[in-house]
Design a protein around this ligand. Sequence first.
Ligand code: 4NP
Length: 178
Amino acid sequence: MACDRDTEKVHAVGLIKEPGRVIKVLMVCLGNICRSPTAQGVLEKQVLDRGLEKTVSVDSAGTADYHVGKNPDPRSIAAASRRGLDLASQTSRQVCDQDFEQFDYILAMDAENLTVLQSRCPSEHRQKLKLLLSFTEQRRLNVPDPYYGDDGFELVLDLAEQACHQFLAHIAHEFTSK
Ligand code: 4NP
């Protein structure tokens, strides 16, 4: 039977149970200029590489409003660009109440971000909140904030790459086992 390429790719990773369903993922850090834009860029690239762009959408936001409307930190843009990721067109925004309804997964970069999200999130959506690194086998659970240092930007990319890979495996499993 004929099957278009997108459908074949979606079957290949197992996202087959709910045709037309888009899984919406929100990456969250403090300022939305370093870690969560990087995690967004990393997951978007992995989604594209797997042909899942019609199945998984990605956004990011900050718990604080310090940098609303600004592009990502130039150090994040430069580090990401060395790995073929373009973060330059992203703009910072703050988490808003509708996010808790609209997104399926809300992935915090560290425990502090998670605590803020938990305090704002209606109880019926709390299961959407997770630490990004909970999808890795790493003992480390927080993506360290590189903003006040010089050399944490590569580590953010390394951790985001590992976690996003595992996260896509998780959702593939989640959406075939129901
Ligand atoms: P992010 O890093 O949460 O990874 O975007 C930060 C960016 C800015 C600030 C703190 C952390 N700040 O205090 O302005």
